[in-house]
Design a protein around this ligand. Structure first.
Ligand code: APR
Length: 233
């Protein structure tokens, strides 16, 4: 790998957790009780059928107890621990597999299953169990706790920090994401604009494959450890 690489930004999506046993959103098994994810994960859906939205995330939160980080999460955690330059892992995933593998330089731009957010006062609290509709916030006491998930139409977390890191990047790597959802799908274009090398690791070519200098196709559990070995060599 090019010795001029100091600053790395890595974007991950559902594909990196697929081999741990978590379904992707847009694959053949990507429907939930016949709902498209876009129909469940919206502020309108929460207002229309709060119980359905909570049940969707309760099931996904419970599933986390049955799965483990795979070789791709572990390789990124090793890179995080050993890379001497700037590094930021930006995940669209709401699972906790990156941090369970040991990654620390990590942003959950779409929120976290293991967090609940008060829709009234904005306070976030760690949450491991099911989250019944109407659960009161321990700050403002209003019965307004909802999953701490960035729904379609809401602003992802920490966009300023992410944008600054992408603009400083020498290498931008996208792993296991279909490139269907903005703003994450647009990071590659910003990275290219500022002169970063852009690399995609995915099972299939993504919607944004043309923007990458290089695409490597295959399972994340094989491609990511190979890349980390290259980077740390
Ligand atoms: N290794 C690498 N890539 C894989 C693997 C694997 N083992 N399995 C699947 N993939 C790839 C698929 O080819 C697909 O391109 O992962 C991608 C998963 O795409 P999506 O299901 O669309 O997931 P993602 O891109 O993370 O979705 C983005 O959409 O619903 C919202 O907020 C949700 O964060 C999510 C966002």
């Amino acid at each position: 790998m090019n010795p001029d690489i100091h600053n790395i930004v890595i974007l991950t999506g559902a594909g990196i957790s697929a081999e741990s046993g978590l379904a992707t959103f847009r694959g053949p098994d990507g429907l939930w009780e016949g709902h498209r994810v876009e129909d469940v994960c919206t502020p309108e859906a929460l207002a229309r059928d709060e119980a359905l939205v909570h049940r969707f995330y309760d099931e996904r939160r419970a599933k986390l107890a049955e799965v483990q980080p795979n070789a791709a999460h572990q390789a990124l955690a090793a890179l995080d621990a050993q890379w001497p330059g700037d590094l930021l892992i930006v995940t669209q995933n709401v699972d906790d597999l990156h941090e369970r593998a040991g990654a620390t330089r990590l942003i959950h731009m779409h929120g976290e299953l293991k967090s609940a957010l008060c829709a009234a006062c904005g306070k976030a609290v760690p949450w491991a169990a099911a989250l019944p509709p109407g659960t009161p916030c321990d700050g403002c006491r209003k019965p307004a706790l909802r999953p701490d998930i960035v729904f379609f139409g809401e602003m992802p977390y920490e966009m300023d920090r992410i944008d600054a890191a992408v603009r400083d990047a020498d290498l931008f790597v996208s792993i296991g994401t279909s490139g269907a959802v903005y703003p994450a799908a647009g990071f590659v274009q910003t990275a290219r604009h500022v002169g970063a090398r852009t690399l995609e690791l995915n099972l299939d070519p993504s919607a944004g494959s043309i923007y990458f200098h290089e695409t490597r196709l295959g399972p994340a559990s094989a491609l990511v450890p190979d890349l980390v070995r290259e980077l740390l060599a």
